[in-house]
Each structure stands twice: as C-alpha cells, then as structure tokens.
Design a protein around this ligand. Structure first.
Ligand SMILES: [Zn+2]
Length: 217
C-alpha cells in the first residue's frame, strides 16, 4: 500500500477536529517513517527478491518493531499522546484518538496488500492477505479508497479555498501510484528503497501543509 494510506488522512480530517492535514499525512505513514531509518540502521530488515509479488520485490522478512500488530498499537498510542501534548489544551481527546486511528490504519491497509510478513507480535504469527499479487486489483483498491477519501475531505472541509489544489494533488498521487505499480524499473537496494520512501512521504506531508496553509491567506 502506498498512496492508498492517504485516503484515511483525507477522510478523517474535518473542520471540527481541526487536525492539520500534514499531521494526518505523517500519521498514516508513521509506521513507515520509523521503518525507513530502522532499515537504514539495520534494526529491521528487507531484501529485494525479484518476483516475490506481482507488484514489487520486497521481502520484508524482519520488522517486529514497526509492522507487528503489537508495534502498530504501540506507535498509535504514542502518536496520540504526542499529538495531545504538542497541541496542548486545544486538542480534544477525540482528535488524539483520530490521530491514533490514522496511525493504526496503516497496519490494516498493509495487512490487505502485504505477503504474510506482518507479525502479530515480535517476529511471530505472520499475516498478510497478499493483494500485491494482483497488480490491477491492488492498484484499483489504492485509487478507489484515495478518491473516496479526497471526496470526503472536500465535502467535510468547506472552508478550504484550495479545493483545486487538493484535486490536483490527488491526481499527482494517482499518477505516482500508476508509475509505481506499472512502470518496471531496475530493482533497487533495500537502503535506496527506504531513502526514496522517506523522501516521498516527507514531500507529500509538506505539500499537504502548504495546501492547507493557503486558506489563511
Ligand atoms: Zn508499511
């Protein structure tokens, strides 16, 4: 799962909870934001095995801290706590819970597409429904939920002046996903993959920040 994760960020943002979209963009990818440096440091492991799924070469054989169910619950709780503390009295308990849900949604969506490489706890009892083995269906799911999320966002955030910007951003995300799914490239190294993921996730969160900031001008 790649851009589909952002469907949740768009869907849960409302004028009531006032959670900045960029915070939700970080939240829905938080597990990968932690995963990438963990891979670079050798704490978690991935190797490239061409053909391991129809969509990518990722053999994610060791990621107990970020992508186990127990790990995902831990990071979800931590994120809610950090959000509550960082936003002070302004943030409602409901908003902090929404941030936790956004973080946890990453694991649920990964569960649908990953091979059985997601542990329940530590490195044991691995689950994953393997939708990555069906390129078209996986792509369709990512795009369908992303579009659904964006439509909800546009409906629930009326005062956002930059609606065209959000729609254009959505189109760019779809194009990037299409390239990611259908354009074959040489297999990258585990480190290059982790760094690329970090760059894209950071860039997307920055764009989300800029798009929402515009409305105050
Ligand atoms: Zn992930």
């Amino acid at each position: 799962m790649f851009v589909g994760h952002y469907s949740v960020a768009f869907a849960v943002k409302s004028e009531q909870n006032k959670i900045p979209l960029w915070v939700l963009f970080v939240a829905v990818q938080l597990l990968d934001f932690v995963w990438a440096p963990f891979v670079l440091l050798g704490i978690e492991k991935v190797r490239m095995v061409p053909g391991i799924t129809a969509t990518n070469s990722l053999d994610l054989y060791y990621m107990p801290y970020t992508h186990s169910l127990a790990g995902a619950l831990f990071w979800s709780g931590l994120a809610a706590l950090v959000y509550k503390v960082a936003s002070g009295t302004k943030a409602s308990r409901a908003a902090a819970l929404i941030v936790a849900f956004a973080v946890f949604s990453h694991w649920i969506l990964d569960l649908i597409v990953h091979r059985p490489d997601l542990a329940i706890y530590d490195d044991t009892l691995k689950v994953g429904f393997g939708l990555w083995n069906d390129r078209g269906l996986e792509f369709g799911l990512e795009i369908a939920i992303l579009v659904g999320g964006i439509l909800l966002y546009l409906k629930r955030n009326n005062s956002v002046a930059r609606k065209a910007g959000i729609v254009a951003f959505g189109a760019v995300l779809i194009l990037i996903q299409a390239g990611n799914t259908f354009v074959s490239r040489p297999v990258s190294s585990d480190r290059a993959f982790a760094i690329t993921a970090l760059i894209f996730y950071t860039l997307f969160a920055a764009i989300a920040f800029l798009l929402e900031r515009q409305r105050k001008l």
